[in-house]
Design a protein around this ligand. Structure first.
Ligand code: ADP
Ligand code: MG
Length: 471
């Protein structure tokens, strides 16, 4: 895995990547960004959710800076949701670069679009039909383009857009850079590439075959603001010997760790900012049992041999199915069974279905645990501790006389109940702050558009056969 700092990117781009919370490049990004920056034609084949937008977006933005104020790049996407989503991601990546991206799609007021096009946004992201419409009206001129991206090419093929795309490409300068991204490369796409691309580099990231070995998988549907209380209830119920709580960002992992400690759990955070000695120390304490809970991001946990975990809690649904499998692979090793519980908001439910399909294992719905259940869990843990202590030799000499004395004054049930209460770590609801995370890509597309993995839009097609609605 390559850190973004290892690419030769401008400072404003590095800052934007950091603001997005990306730590390392995904495999497709690692292999295509440099080629894209150098102006090569690229065919990127990778499953859904692997970060293809930034893979082409970063080079497009970096190259567009040379000629601000002219339209230089065109991204063609199959659906309007995708056009919006991709354009938003590009704008985020370009937020410090004074480069702007405009989505152009059918169904939107054409007069308004024409006005926006007159400002010559550096990057235009659109659906084939509407783009062609503008080309024919002469409200969009493609003669200044230096780059064209065909995003989700296989999907555009399925939707019968090949002719429109061909017509668009014919309007663009022949010395343009062309990048084509697709989860699969069917024959007609290959032909299109042969016809319109110059010596394209084929970068292929294969979908990984995954298993979820001995892990019982559950999910809890829970609104964002209740996640932390529900996490505490579950921890109280399960009393895990060693657990990892995964959050989406470094900040999230840090806040979770602090909040857990405030509520009386022993937690420490693993995140990208730790030095190697700090990481080693955290890991040593976790392995020795001095720390019961680790909070972590995917990146921080990657490559670390944390294997004896009994419980994995996905406080945030992972970015992609592979991360999910990596996360839950931390538990259920060496023939033992582990438990993995993922928190999903109602809008993220479809992601669970997709993971199920991918891992070919059921993920069972768990009702939201109540505070009463949490208390019962902790009481049970106390009972077990007491039962374990019953066999100890020291009891007879050092504790029995006091017990006999106590029993002269109070009945045995009351005494045992009092001891249970004192020994039980009762659910603690000290207020804590966990900054609400904006669900990924929620912006602008609306709840209906958010379907499939990575909270992607309905227009998005998954490599694993999840057919979305079309926009
Ligand atoms: P694809 O086009 O391959 O389906 P996307 O480009 O839509 O995938 O990216 C999926 C999600 O992953 C998005 O929410 C995006 O912001 C996020 N993402 C992309 N690259 C990275 C990265 N390097 N690190 C973390 N998250 C990333
Ligand atoms: Mg994409």
């Amino acid at each position: 895995m390559k850190a973004f700092t290892e690419f030769s990117l401008s400072e404003p781009m590095q800052r934007a990547i950091q603001a997005l919370g990306f730590e390392e490049a995904t495999p497709i990004q690692e292999q295509t960004i440099t080629l894209g920056l150098q102006g090569h034609d690229v065919i990127g084949q990778a499953p859904t959710g692997t970060g293809k937008t930034a893979a082409f977006g970063i080079p497009l933005i970096e190259r567009a800076k040379e000629n601000r104020g002219t339209t230089q790049a065109l991204v063609v996407t199959p659906t309007r949701e995708l056009a919006i989503q991709v354009s938003e991601e590009l704008n985020k990546l370009a937020q410090f670069c004074r480069i702007s991206s405009l989505p152009v799609y059918g169904g939107q007021d054409i007069v308004r679009q024409i006005r926006a096009l007159k400002k010559h946004p550096e990057i235009i992201v659109g659906t084939p039909g509407r783009l062609l419409d503008h080309v024919r009206r002469r409200t969009l001129r493609l003669g200044t383009l230096t780059a064209v991206v065909l995003d989700e090419a296989d999907e555009m093929l399925n939707m019968g857009f090949i002719e429109d795309i061909t017509a668009i490409l014919r309007e663009t300068p022949t010395d343009r850079q062309t990048m084509l991204f697709s989860a699969t490369i069917p024959r007609p796409i290959e032909e299109l590439a042969q016809k319109f691309m110059r010596d394209p580099q084929l970068i292929r990231v294969a979908p990984k075959q995954v298993t979820a070995a001995n892990t019982d998988q559950f999910f809890v549907e829970v609104p964002e603001h209740k996640k932390f209380d529900i996490l505490c209830n579950l921890l109280d119920m399960h009393g895990p010997a060693s657990a990892i709580v995964f959050g989406r960002t470094k900040r999230r992992a840090a806040e979770l760790c602090e909040a857990l400690n405030t509520r009386g759990y022993s937690a420490d955070a693993l995140h990208g900012d730790l030095t190697q000695p700090q990481r080693d120390s955290v890991m040593k304490q976790f392995r020795s049992g001095a720390i019961e809970i680790l909070t972590a991001t995917d990146v921080a946990a990657r490559g670390l041999d944390i294997s004896d975990v009994t419980h994995v809690y996905n406080f945030d649904v992972p970015q992609d199915p592979e991360s999910y499998v990596h996360r839950i692979g931390r538990t259920g090793r060496a023939g033992r069974t582990g438990t993995a519980i993922s928190f999903v908001t109602s809008r993220e439910l479809s992601q669970i279905r997709l993971i199920e399909r991918l891992t070919r294992r059921a993920i069972k719905r768990l009702p939201m645990p109540t505070i009463t259940e949490a208390l019962v869990g902790q009481q049970q843990a106390t009972v077990e501790r007491i039962q374990n202590a019953v066999g100890e030799d020291r009891l007879n000499n050092e504790y029995r006389p006091i017990a006999e004395e106590l029993l002269d004054q109070t009945d045995s049930i009351t005494i045992v109940a009092a001891a249970l209460r004192l020994l039980t770590k009762e659910p603690n609801k000290t207020p804590v702050t966990i900054t609400a995370e904006r669900p990924q890509r929620a912006k602008g597309t609306g709840p209906k558009a958010r379907k499939g993995f990575g909270a992607r839009s309905s227009g998005k097609r998954s490599a694993y056969g999840n057919k979305g609605r079309r926009g």
